[in-house]
Design a protein around this ligand. Structure first.
Ligand SMILES: NC(=O)c1ccc[n+]([C@@H]2O[C@H](COP(=O)([O-])OP(=O)(O)OC[C@H]3O[C@@H](n4cnc5c(N)ncnc54)[C@H](OP(=O)(O)O)[C@@H]3O)[C@@H](O)[C@H]2O)c1
Length: 353
């Protein structure tokens, strides 16, 4: 009887604990091995150069600001929550005294805030006071709203599209003269780095309803379609921007990237409101965290690669993942026609001209 019970216990332990743990651990090791490696020896020098990181008050953006500071740059942390951003400066200062860290207010959900940020930046750190211009702009900030939820910004845009794409579209265009200035003063191209996502693969832009006003609610209840669309917009923006920069013959490159699955706060609030949230937050997410989620430092590697690697200087308009080129044989091709159309519509929406 005792022997039977211990046999049952052993096999239960094997099938329900040891085997799943071994599978998870094995998968984790394989996934880690498949990730690219960072090569910090082949970076451009950013000592004393000016860089901007949007959304530097949390997750990937905070570590990006830290990595730039470590390398001696003047880092403008463009954030909507100033108190939270100042706390990040304190945290970073505990790790490095290098570089300069400057917090400036930027709320990408308000075009007025984007314009105010750009004009304050030009006044304080642009023009004659900064002959070096702006060497790197990292468009990192981003949001995901709960499935099926459609929020609207004060300018009347669907919020995810407004923050993730339109706010950055306007910001980049307003700062472009300073970015071009930095490129003209240096042999290294200045860079615009767009933190997109592999989720762009599931995006599908309906140019007759970019703000999801007419799309039935049921159509965006299952996949985070609004997020996927905003990330597709990031990639189309990257494609068209590279084309325009090439035509202008300026020494500026742009890149889009997917940071991978990174453990940050981006999806926590969305998940809290998404059924079955208990199961996702307490079972599925911890397993994913153990097996495949990167921590924020690992999640920043591709941003740093795109911002600083010397390998990339000829690949403007492309996309990167795991610190490697992510070519079109492994993902759907982007439409150049859509990229041009999105640019034209975005210009009108943000009243650029
Ligand atoms: N984490 C992932 O697995 C993953 C995967 C693929 C792509 N990405 C992309 O990576 C980027 C960074 O995400 P994360 O994971 O680091 O997220 P996070 O930890 O939530 O950080 C997002 C940052 O964006 C800022 N932000 C949000 N709305 C803003 C607004 N209206 N104006 C200005 N800043 C705003 C946040 O500010 P507050 O601190 O004030 O909230 C925060 O600093 C995003 O573009 C995201 O789409 C992430």
């Amino acid at each position: 009887m005792l022997c039977c019970l211990s046999g049952w216990l052993c096999s239960t332990l094997f099938y329900f604990a040891i085997l799943p743990a071994a599978v998870l651990l094995g998968t984790k090791l394989i996934i880690k091995k498949l990730r690219g490696k960072v090569d910090p020896t082949n970076e451009v020098d950013i000592q004393g150069k000016t860089v901007i990181v949007t959304g530097a008050s949390d997750g990937i953006g905070k570590v990006t600001a830290e990595e730039f500071a470590i390398r001696g740059a003047r880092v403008i942390m463009a954030c909507r929550n100033l108190q939270k951003a100042e706390k990040c400066v304190e945290d970073i200062r505990k790790k490095t005294s290098n570089g300069e860290l400057i917090v400036m207010e930027l709320d990408l959900s308000k075009l007025s805030s984007v314009r105010k940020f750009a004009s304050e930046f030009l006044q304080k750190y642009g023009g004659d006071s900064n002959p070096g211009g702006l060497s790197i702009l990292v468009n990192n900030a981003g949001i995901v709203n709960p499935l099926g939820v459609r929020k609207v910004t004060e300018d009347g845009f669907e919020e995810t599209f407004g923050v993730n794409h339109l706010g950055h579209f306007l910001l980049t265009n307003l700062l472009l003269p300073e970015i071009e200035k930095a490129g003209n003063k240096s042999s290294d191209p200045s860079r615009i780095v767009i933190v997109s996502s592999g989720a762009h693969n599931w995006g599908q832009l309906n140019f007759d309803d970019l703000m999801f006003e007419k799309t039935p609610f049921e159509d965006f209840k299952i996949l985070p379609k609004l997020y996927c669309n905003s990330k597709l917009a990031n990639n189309l923006f990257n494609l068209e921007l590279a084309k325009k920069l090439r035509a202008k013959k300026v020494n500026v490159n742009c890149y889009a990237l997917c940071p991978g699955f990174v453990l940050t706060n981006i999806e926590t609030d969305a998940l809290r409101e998404t059924p079955p949230h208990w199961l996702i937050l307490n079972v599925i997410r911890p397993i994913l965290k153990f097996v495949m989620l990167k921590n924020a430092k690992e999640g920043t590697e591709t941003t740093i690669y795109c911002s600083l690697s010397k390998y990339l200087t000829h690949h403007s308009g492309e996309m990167y993942r795991n610190s490697e080129f992510w070519d079109y044989s492994k993902r759907p091709k982007l439409s150049e026609k859509d990229a041009a159309k999105l640019w034209e519509m975005s210009e009108k929406l943000v009243k650029l001209n």
